[in-house]
Design a protein around this ligand. Structure first.
Ligand code: NAP
Length: 249
Protein backbone atom coordinates (compact mmCIF):
# COMPACT_ATOMS: atom_id res chain seq x y z
CA UNK A 1 0.00 0.00 0.00
CA UNK A 2 1.41 3.36 -1.10
CA UNK A 3 0.67 6.53 0.87
CA UNK A 4 0.53 9.23 -1.77
CA UNK A 5 -0.08 12.79 -0.57
CA UNK A 6 1.00 14.46 -3.81
CA UNK A 7 -0.74 17.80 -4.28
CA UNK A 8 -1.80 18.12 -0.64
CA UNK A 9 -0.66 21.04 1.52
CA UNK A 10 0.09 20.27 5.18
CA UNK A 11 0.62 22.48 8.22
CA UNK A 12 2.43 20.79 11.13
CA UNK A 13 2.71 23.02 14.22
CA UNK A 14 5.98 22.83 16.15
CA UNK A 15 7.66 20.98 13.31
CA UNK A 16 11.16 21.87 14.48
CA UNK A 17 10.83 19.61 17.56
CA UNK A 18 11.63 15.91 17.90
CA UNK A 19 8.30 14.39 16.83
CA UNK A 20 7.30 17.34 14.61
CA UNK A 21 10.43 17.06 12.43
CA UNK A 22 9.78 13.36 11.79
CA UNK A 23 6.16 14.16 10.86
CA UNK A 24 7.25 16.95 8.46
CA UNK A 25 9.79 14.62 6.87
CA UNK A 26 7.41 11.70 6.30
CA UNK A 27 4.59 13.92 4.98
CA UNK A 28 7.04 15.59 2.58
CA UNK A 29 8.47 12.21 1.51
CA UNK A 30 4.87 11.13 0.75
CA UNK A 31 4.54 14.06 -1.66
CA UNK A 32 2.83 16.72 0.47
CA UNK A 33 3.88 20.38 0.41
CA UNK A 34 4.77 20.84 4.08
CA UNK A 35 4.70 24.02 6.17
CA UNK A 36 5.47 24.50 9.84
CA UNK A 37 5.87 27.18 12.50
CA UNK A 38 8.26 27.74 15.39
CA UNK A 39 9.42 30.20 18.06
CA UNK A 40 13.11 29.37 18.54
CA UNK A 41 15.24 30.68 15.64
CA UNK A 42 18.31 28.51 16.38
CA UNK A 43 16.28 25.27 16.34
CA UNK A 44 14.54 26.43 13.16
CA UNK A 45 17.87 26.87 11.36
CA UNK A 46 18.98 23.35 12.37
CA UNK A 47 15.61 22.00 11.16
CA UNK A 48 15.93 23.84 7.83
CA UNK A 49 19.36 22.31 7.27
CA UNK A 50 18.12 18.81 8.20
CA UNK A 51 15.29 19.09 5.64
CA UNK A 52 17.57 20.54 2.95
CA UNK A 53 20.10 17.72 3.53
CA UNK A 54 17.24 15.25 3.02
CA UNK A 55 16.33 17.02 -0.24
CA UNK A 56 13.00 18.23 1.17
CA UNK A 57 11.48 21.68 0.82
CA UNK A 58 9.59 22.72 3.97
CA UNK A 59 8.21 26.26 4.37
CA UNK A 60 8.69 27.67 7.85
CA UNK A 61 7.03 30.59 9.67
CA UNK A 62 7.99 32.21 12.97
CA UNK A 63 4.56 32.31 14.62
CA UNK A 64 3.58 31.53 18.19
CA UNK A 65 0.55 29.20 18.34
CA UNK A 66 -0.91 31.29 21.19
CA UNK A 67 -1.12 34.34 18.90
CA UNK A 68 -4.64 34.16 17.39
CA UNK A 69 -4.09 36.94 14.85
CA UNK A 70 -0.58 35.66 13.97
CA UNK A 71 -1.99 32.18 13.26
CA UNK A 72 -4.77 33.64 11.12
CA UNK A 73 -2.20 35.60 9.07
CA UNK A 74 0.04 32.52 8.73
CA UNK A 75 -2.89 30.46 7.40
CA UNK A 76 -3.70 33.22 4.90
CA UNK A 77 -0.08 33.40 3.82
CA UNK A 78 0.22 29.60 3.37
CA UNK A 79 -3.06 29.40 1.45
CA UNK A 80 -2.01 32.25 -0.87
CA UNK A 81 1.59 31.14 -1.43
CA UNK A 82 1.72 27.35 -0.96
CA UNK A 83 -1.84 26.11 -1.41
CA UNK A 84 -5.15 25.57 0.41
CA UNK A 85 -4.42 23.63 3.62
CA UNK A 86 -5.63 20.02 3.38
CA UNK A 87 -3.80 18.53 6.38
CA UNK A 88 -3.26 19.96 9.87
CA UNK A 89 -1.17 18.28 12.56
CA UNK A 90 -1.50 20.07 15.90
CA UNK A 91 1.81 18.95 17.37
CA UNK A 92 3.23 22.03 19.21
CA UNK A 93 3.09 21.41 22.94
CA UNK A 94 4.90 22.00 26.21
CA UNK A 95 5.09 20.63 29.74
CA UNK A 96 5.53 22.65 32.96
CA UNK A 97 5.59 19.79 35.45
CA UNK A 98 5.04 20.20 39.17
CA UNK A 99 2.46 19.03 41.69
CA UNK A 100 -0.72 21.12 41.88
CA UNK A 101 0.28 22.16 45.43
CA UNK A 102 3.32 23.98 44.01
CA UNK A 103 1.94 25.00 40.60
CA UNK A 104 1.81 28.71 39.82
CA UNK A 105 -1.04 30.22 37.82
CA UNK A 106 1.53 31.07 35.15
CA UNK A 107 2.59 27.39 34.81
CA UNK A 108 -1.08 26.42 34.50
CA UNK A 109 -1.90 29.18 31.99
CA UNK A 110 1.14 28.64 29.74
CA UNK A 111 0.28 24.97 29.22
CA UNK A 112 -3.41 25.79 28.56
CA UNK A 113 -2.53 28.53 26.06
CA UNK A 114 0.02 26.51 24.08
CA UNK A 115 -1.55 23.05 24.17
CA UNK A 116 -5.25 23.99 23.94
CA UNK A 117 -5.79 27.55 22.64
CA UNK A 118 -3.59 26.55 19.70
CA UNK A 119 -6.31 24.15 18.52
CA UNK A 120 -8.73 27.04 18.08
CA UNK A 121 -6.10 29.40 16.67
CA UNK A 122 -4.97 26.93 13.99
CA UNK A 123 -8.14 25.01 13.12
CA UNK A 124 -10.74 27.79 13.18
CA UNK A 125 -9.39 29.68 10.14
CA UNK A 126 -8.76 26.43 8.21
CA UNK A 127 -11.82 24.27 8.77
CA UNK A 128 -14.27 26.10 6.48
CA UNK A 129 -11.92 25.81 3.50
CA UNK A 130 -11.51 22.07 4.12
CA UNK A 131 -15.25 21.41 4.34
CA UNK A 132 -16.03 23.51 1.28
CA UNK A 133 -13.41 21.59 -0.76
CA UNK A 134 -14.77 18.27 0.61
CA UNK A 135 -11.47 16.82 1.87
CA UNK A 136 -9.35 17.36 4.98
CA UNK A 137 -7.33 15.67 7.71
CA UNK A 138 -6.81 17.08 11.21
CA UNK A 139 -4.60 15.16 13.66
CA UNK A 140 -4.10 16.30 17.25
CA UNK A 141 -1.06 15.02 19.15
CA UNK A 142 -2.29 14.12 22.61
CA UNK A 143 -0.46 11.85 25.08
CA UNK A 144 -0.65 8.61 27.03
CA UNK A 145 -0.72 10.80 30.15
CA UNK A 146 -3.94 12.47 28.93
CA UNK A 147 -5.48 8.98 28.96
CA UNK A 148 -4.20 7.72 32.32
CA UNK A 149 -3.14 10.81 34.33
CA UNK A 150 0.33 11.43 35.77
CA UNK A 151 1.64 12.82 39.04
CA UNK A 152 3.06 16.33 38.53
CA UNK A 153 1.11 16.95 35.33
CA UNK A 154 -2.37 18.24 36.26
CA UNK A 155 -1.90 21.08 33.75
CA UNK A 156 -0.48 18.95 30.90
CA UNK A 157 -2.89 16.01 31.30
CA UNK A 158 -5.88 18.38 31.44
CA UNK A 159 -4.86 19.75 28.04
CA UNK A 160 -4.11 16.36 26.51
CA UNK A 161 -7.45 14.87 27.67
CA UNK A 162 -9.19 18.09 26.53
CA UNK A 163 -7.64 17.75 23.10
CA UNK A 164 -9.54 14.54 22.58
CA UNK A 165 -12.84 16.29 23.48
CA UNK A 166 -12.04 18.80 20.75
CA UNK A 167 -11.26 15.92 18.37
CA UNK A 168 -14.58 14.13 18.96
CA UNK A 169 -16.71 17.29 18.69
CA UNK A 170 -15.05 18.64 15.55
CA UNK A 171 -15.06 15.15 13.99
CA UNK A 172 -18.87 15.14 14.30
CA UNK A 173 -19.18 18.68 12.89
CA UNK A 174 -17.27 17.88 9.69
CA UNK A 175 -17.75 14.12 9.13
CA UNK A 176 -20.15 14.49 6.19
CA UNK A 177 -17.82 16.92 4.41
CA UNK A 178 -14.91 14.55 3.82
CA UNK A 179 -12.87 15.85 6.76
CA UNK A 180 -11.59 13.50 9.48
CA UNK A 181 -10.37 14.58 12.92
CA UNK A 182 -8.36 12.22 15.10
CA UNK A 183 -6.03 12.22 18.11
CA UNK A 184 -2.78 10.28 18.35
CA UNK A 185 -1.59 9.57 21.89
CA UNK A 186 2.12 8.71 22.01
CA UNK A 187 3.69 6.94 24.96
CA UNK A 188 7.33 7.69 25.82
CA UNK A 189 9.23 8.61 22.65
CA UNK A 190 13.02 8.93 22.35
CA UNK A 191 13.12 12.69 21.72
CA UNK A 192 15.69 15.06 23.27
CA UNK A 193 13.21 15.77 26.09
CA UNK A 194 12.98 12.11 27.14
CA UNK A 195 16.67 11.35 26.46
CA UNK A 196 17.59 14.23 28.83
CA UNK A 197 15.94 12.34 31.71
CA UNK A 198 18.67 10.71 33.89
CA UNK A 199 19.43 7.19 32.64
CA UNK A 200 18.30 5.42 35.84
CA UNK A 201 14.87 7.13 35.67
CA UNK A 202 14.65 6.35 31.96
CA UNK A 203 15.37 2.69 32.73
CA UNK A 204 12.48 2.69 35.24
CA UNK A 205 10.17 4.14 32.57
CA UNK A 206 11.30 1.53 30.03
CA UNK A 207 10.64 -1.24 32.58
CA UNK A 208 6.94 -0.23 32.50
CA UNK A 209 6.70 -0.55 28.70
CA UNK A 210 5.75 -4.11 27.62
CA UNK A 211 7.69 -3.91 24.32
CA UNK A 212 10.80 -3.06 26.39
CA UNK A 213 11.93 0.16 24.69
CA UNK A 214 11.02 3.78 23.98
CA UNK A 215 9.11 4.58 20.80
CA UNK A 216 10.71 6.53 17.96
CA UNK A 217 9.48 9.80 16.39
CA UNK A 218 9.32 7.91 13.07
CA UNK A 219 6.79 5.45 14.55
CA UNK A 220 4.53 8.38 15.48
CA UNK A 221 5.03 9.99 12.07
CA UNK A 222 4.12 6.73 10.30
CA UNK A 223 0.66 6.46 11.87
CA UNK A 224 0.02 10.16 11.22
CA UNK A 225 1.01 9.82 7.56
CA UNK A 226 -1.42 6.90 7.25
CA UNK A 227 -4.26 8.86 8.96
CA UNK A 228 -3.64 11.70 6.49
CA UNK A 229 -4.03 9.41 3.48
CA UNK A 230 -7.14 8.46 1.50
CA UNK A 231 -6.88 4.94 3.00
CA UNK A 232 -7.97 6.33 6.40
CA UNK A 233 -11.22 8.04 5.36
CA UNK A 234 -13.31 5.83 7.70
CA UNK A 235 -11.23 6.65 10.81
CA UNK A 236 -12.59 9.72 12.60
CA UNK A 237 -13.05 10.84 16.20
CA UNK A 238 -10.56 8.17 17.27
CA UNK A 239 -7.79 8.39 19.83
CA UNK A 240 -5.00 6.14 18.58
CA UNK A 241 -2.55 4.90 21.21
CA UNK A 242 1.08 4.39 20.16
CA UNK A 243 2.69 3.44 23.46
CA UNK A 244 4.36 0.02 23.29
CA UNK A 245 1.51 -1.46 25.34
CA UNK A 246 2.18 0.76 28.39
CA UNK A 247 -1.49 1.72 28.69
CA UNK A 248 -4.17 -0.45 27.07
CA UNK A 249 -7.68 0.98 26.70
P1 NAP B 1 9.62 19.13 21.46
O1 NAP B 1 10.81 18.51 20.82
O2 NAP B 1 9.80 20.01 22.66
O3 NAP B 1 8.83 19.93 20.34
C1 NAP B 1 7.77 20.80 20.65
C2 NAP B 1 7.61 21.76 19.50
O4 NAP B 1 6.55 22.66 19.81
C3 NAP B 1 8.87 22.60 19.25
O5 NAP B 1 9.13 22.65 17.88
C4 NAP B 1 8.46 23.98 19.77
O6 NAP B 1 9.07 25.03 19.03
C5 NAP B 1 6.97 23.97 19.49
N1 NAP B 1 6.28 24.95 20.33
C6 NAP B 1 6.16 24.96 21.67
N2 NAP B 1 5.48 26.04 22.05
C7 NAP B 1 5.17 26.73 20.92
C8 NAP B 1 4.47 27.95 20.66
N3 NAP B 1 3.94 28.67 21.65
N4 NAP B 1 4.34 28.35 19.38
C9 NAP B 1 4.88 27.63 18.37
N5 NAP B 1 5.55 26.47 18.55
C10 NAP B 1 5.69 26.04 19.82
O7 NAP B 1 8.57 18.02 21.90
P2 NAP B 1 8.19 16.61 21.26
O8 NAP B 1 8.65 15.59 22.20
O9 NAP B 1 8.57 16.55 19.83
O10 NAP B 1 6.59 16.68 21.39
C11 NAP B 1 5.71 17.00 20.32
C12 NAP B 1 4.27 16.75 20.78
O11 NAP B 1 4.12 15.38 21.19
C13 NAP B 1 3.86 17.60 21.98
O12 NAP B 1 2.54 18.03 21.83
C14 NAP B 1 3.98 16.62 23.15
O13 NAP B 1 3.11 16.97 24.21
C15 NAP B 1 3.56 15.32 22.48
N6 NAP B 1 4.07 14.11 23.16
C16 NAP B 1 5.41 13.86 23.27
C17 NAP B 1 5.85 12.69 23.91
C18 NAP B 1 7.31 12.33 24.03
O14 NAP B 1 7.62 11.29 24.64
N7 NAP B 1 8.23 13.09 23.47
C19 NAP B 1 4.91 11.81 24.44
C20 NAP B 1 3.54 12.11 24.32
C21 NAP B 1 3.13 13.26 23.67
P3 NAP B 1 10.09 26.05 19.75
O15 NAP B 1 11.15 25.22 20.37
O16 NAP B 1 10.52 26.94 18.63
O17 NAP B 1 9.25 26.76 20.79
Amino acid sequence: MQTDLTGKTALVTGGTGGIGAAICKQLAESGAKVTTNYRNEEKAQAFKKEMQDAGLDVHIYQVDVTDTEGCRKMVEDIENNVGPIDIVVNNAGITKDTTLRKMTKEQWDQVMRINLDSLYNICQPIVEGMTSRGWGRIVNISSINGQKGQIGQTNYTTTKAGMHGFTMSLAQEVARKGVTVNSVSPGYIATDMVMAVPEEIREKIIAQIPVGRLGTPEEIAAIITFICSDHAGFITGADISVNGGQHMM
